[in-house]
Design a protein around this ligand. Structure first.
Ligand code: ZN
Length: 500
């Protein structure tokens, strides 16, 4: 085989593309953490240049030829064959979208972002509506360009959870509607636990120090990561050994920074556990899907850090940090307070149960927009009606309703379900870990998370994109997605908190 047609040529090309991508991530992180305001224009151009270069390298005709010649090469090892096969799948999908289409989408979403910000400020959906109409029209065109089997929405899901179908989502949310929503109603008929102590004054520096202690305990290593202040919490990867998170704090909201830190560190541990060094820029070195990524953050945030065992290990330390606020709050009351269930308008502030109503509503709306069964103009009404139907509350204006999320302005349709699926995967993984790891609860209540992280590393992180989510769940839990594990978790935990 000619050297330019070898696996080495493939590896080297993907490595260059990854260099460009990770360099872009540094610029974007800096933009959100340190960059002065007036640097925005040049920074936008620099990031666009890197991303265009990466796109050109990836979609160039010579790369298609290289992948074609490698895909049936008997000399490849199994791992190499998987990398090439998955890259070819990505390549074919990208090639289906003509450059002119991609450019048009970029232009309209850039304009839509400004319109969304302004519409949100004025609490007026009509200012965003014309742009959203253009975006929905483009997304529908995209489903035709990409192709699909049963439902056009599935063409878009592929970006976030490959292989996920509308039938599966409907089945899963069918159970959520039948079992979770009535459970929430039952909970709401009971007295709500006090959580006023979470809103006392918690100085930022001390919150930061405690959050750092908690994420170190999980296994997040500051030799290969760091945490910085930013308006939005996120996790970003610059390469092997450099996975960072950002945090934001509110001195009158203890739960916000702490749980966001644990959530983002959960994403970080996944990134750090990927075999990125060995498969740099290649599918086996990459995260499986957004939904699986979310399962990792939610496992730590909800299944671990919102459990009674976790606070058995850590509450005394927290109390010692804030004796004036928590000195007289018992462990039991603290646990009940951080697990208070309450319908609210804003998704990112929702508790771990009502959260799924927020997602279900967004899913119903975006699926209907893509299949054409509702118009963009109907969105505020449908949104508000659904909030009333599922959560018993009606937004008083569009900013606490359908304008709250940025996803649609970015053209991200099919993203929302990954949040719920992440929680459902997490519950299933946690149930399997409880069966497979001896003394799971004792480990948690003594703050020893190394065996749990080790399990995640070997069962999930080290696999990269080798399997689909469904396949990986079968391998590590013995079955495909079964929302029953999440329901069992919810019934047991909240049954005991609320005395049901
Ligand atoms: Zn997340």
């Amino acid at each position: 085989m000619k050297p330019e047609m070898s696996y080495e040529a493939y590896r080297s090309k993907l490595s260059k593309i990854a260099d460009l991508g990770f360099a872009g991530a540094v610029l974007s992180w800096d933009q959100q953490v340190f960059m002065p305001k007036l640097g925005a224009k040049a920074r936008g151009r620099q990031m666009a240049t890197l991303s265009t270069l990466g796109h050109e390298l990836f979609t160039g005709a010579d790369f298609g030829g290289l992948l074609d010649s490698l895909v049936n090469d008997p000399a490849l090892t199994e791992a190499q064959r998987i990398n090439v096969k998955l890259t070819r799948k990505d390549f074919e999908r990208k090639k289906k979208l003509p450059d002119a289409f991609v450019e048009k989408m970029a232009l309209i979403t850039a304009e839509a972002f400004g319109a969304w910000v302004e519409a949100r400020r004025q609490k007026d959906f009509s200012l965003f509506r014309p742009l959203l109409e253009q975006i929905v029209a483009l997304k529908r065109e995209e489903t035709r360009l990409l192709g699909f089997n049963a439902h056009p929405y599935e063409a878009l899901l592929e970006d976030y959870e490959p292989g996920l179908t509308v039938a599966k989502i409907d089945e899963v949310f069918g159970r959520v509607r039948e079992e979770l929503f009535p459970l929430i109603q039952k909970i709401l008929s009971r007295p709500r636990p006090d959580h006023s102590f979470l809103a006392k004054h918690y100085p930022k520096g001390k919150q930061w120090a405690f959050s750092e202690k908690m994420i170190r305990q999980m296994g997040y290593d500051f030799d290969s990561g760091r945490a910085d202040d930013a308006p939005h919490p996120f996790c970003t990867t610059f390469g092997p050994g450099d996975v960072r998170i950002t945090l934001r704090s509110d001195e009158h909201e203890l739960a916000m920074m702490l749980f966001a830190a644990i959530h983002e560190a959960g994403h970080g541990l996944y990134e750090l556990g990927l075999p990125l060094e060995e498969h740099y820029g290649m599918p086996l070195g990459s995260a499986l899907s957004l939904a699986f990524h979310e399962s990792q953050s939610r496992f730590w945030e909800n299944n671990i850090a919102r459990s009674f065992s976790y606070w058995k290990a850590n509450y005394r330390t927290l109390q010692a940090e804030f004796p004036e606020n928590l000195g007289s709050v018992s462990l039991e009351s603290f646990y009940r307070g951080i697990n208070r269930i309450e319908p609210s308008f804003v998704r990112v502030e929702a508790d771990e149960l009502t959260y799924h109503a927020h997602i279900y509503i967004r899913y119903l709306i975006e699926k209907a927009l893509i299949e054409g069964s509702i118009e963009v103009a109907d969105v505020p009404r449908v949104w508000n009606d659904r909030y009333e139907e599922f959560l018993g509350i009606r937004p008083s204006h569009d900013s606490e309703g359908c304008l709250q999320d940025i996803h649609w302005a970015y053209g991200s349709f099919g993203y929302f379900p990954t949040y719920s699926f992440g929680s459902f995967y997490a519950a299933q993984l946690a149930a399997a870990m409880k069966r497979q790891i001896p003394g799971y609860d004792d480990l948690t209540s003594s703050g020893n998370f190394a065996p749990l992280l080790q399990w995640l590393r070997s069962q999930v992180h080290s696999k990269g994109r080798e399997f689909t989510s469904e396949e990986l769940l079968i391998r590590c839990t013995g079955k495909g997605l079964d929302v029953g594990d999440f329901m069992d978790y919810a019934r047991t935990k909240y049954g005991s908190i609320y005395g049901l």
